[in-house]
Design a protein around this ligand. Structure first.
Ligand SMILES: [Zn+2]
Length: 321
């Protein structure tokens, strides 16, 4: 039993339009799935976490709060129950790090205002669309006194697979809206660290913490929702077990992980490109439930990312002023 392990569960609430852009599908997603993540998937996460006794962190795209009052009401209720709402930008631009300083600031600030208004408390954490951060982005978050960024995804096989898929899409003339990102992330720390203000994938003395996504030791296999819901059970258990050997287990999920493709009306074009959409909702929920139980059996304590950032910062050297 590792009594001191902290486990955080977060859910990125990317709308279907994001997946449309990643897969370079033509036009816009059909109307019936426009708000499906907040209206159909989010309540399933709320149920799962209530049953498991977990307070989670939801990364919210600010413009969804403006466009979907029903989804906004659900998020406000979750915040009132003690879940954390954190900043996932205002419009989820995959090329956020390529924007000007003023445009990045506008993305952060518009989401900050919308989420703070919904939750009744200002967000203190950020996750970048597509996992890509830059010195400019970290600096803007420091200026705004954010407590943490949780975007670093130092998973080697994941990065290689993403690079291969993106290259293939370029070859067939359908380039993805996704951004491969800075390869320096592959050498970044895999445990929480203070980043350097001018080099976010290196240790330094920024006043916020970087909380990397869970990977296994040595091989750096990604332990995220997609792997949890699609890998065979024995492999999933071994990977979660390996990731739990670290003092901090940062399990990143996406709203789409609890989609019911047929009943939620997902279009065939998207189902063809997302293997997780071809799994039954029951099997995906069971895999997530079993993972939460495995974390608890390990002796880990569940904390929101904001709580974890507070606990972890207390054990680190003080930042530069
Ligand atoms: Zn996202």
């Amino acid at each position: 039993m590792a009594q001191n392990t902290i486990a955080s569960v977060s859910v990125d609430l990317d709308a279907i339009a994001c997946y449309w852009r990643i897969h370079a599908l033509p036009g816009a997603p059909p109307d019936q799935v426009r708000h499906v993540i907040l209206r159909r998937c989010l309540p399933r996460f709320a149920d799962l976490f209530a049953e498991a006794g977990v307070k989670a962190t939801f990364f919210v795209v600010g413009s969804d709060l403006r466009d979907d009052p029903e989804g906004r009401a659900q998020l406000a209720a979750l915040a009132a129950q003690g879940h954390e709402l954190a900043n996932h930008s205002f419009t989820h631009p995959y090329h956020l790090v390529r924007l000007s300083r003023a445009d990045i600031a506008a993305e952060i600030d518009a989401a900050h205002a919308a989420i703070g208004d919904c939750a009744g408390a200002a967000p203190v954490g950020f996750r970048a669309p597509g996992y890509n951060v830059s010195a400019r982005l970290i600096d803007l978050l420091c200026e705004r006194a954010y407590h943490y960024d949780s975007s670093a995804f130092p998973a080697i096989p994941y990065y290689a697979a993403k690079a291969a898929v993106m290259a293939m899409m370029r070859v067939v003339g359908r380039p993805s809206a996704s951004l491969l990102g800075d390869p320096r992330v592959l050498a970044s720390p895999t445990s929480p660290y203070r980043p350097a203000r001018d080099a976010p994938y290196r240790r330094g003395d920024a006043p916020l913490l970087e909380l990397p996504m869970a990977v296994t030791p040595v091989l750096r296999l990604h332990v995220i929702g997609t792997s949890v819901v699609t890998f065979p059970e024995p492999m999933r258990r071994r990977m979660v077990d390996a990731a739990l050997r670290r003092p901090f287990f940062n399990l990143e999920l996406h709203g789409i992980d609890l989609a019911d493709a047929a009943r939620d009306g997902f279009p065939a074009a998207l189902i063809a490109r997302q293997p997780d959409l071809r799994r039954s909702l029951a099997s995906k929920r069971a895999a997530l439930w079993a993972t939460l139980e495995q974390v608890r059996a390990h002796g880990a304590s569940f904390q929101t990312l904001a709580q974890a950032a507070g606990t972890l910062a207390a054990g680190m050297p003080h930042p530069a002023r």
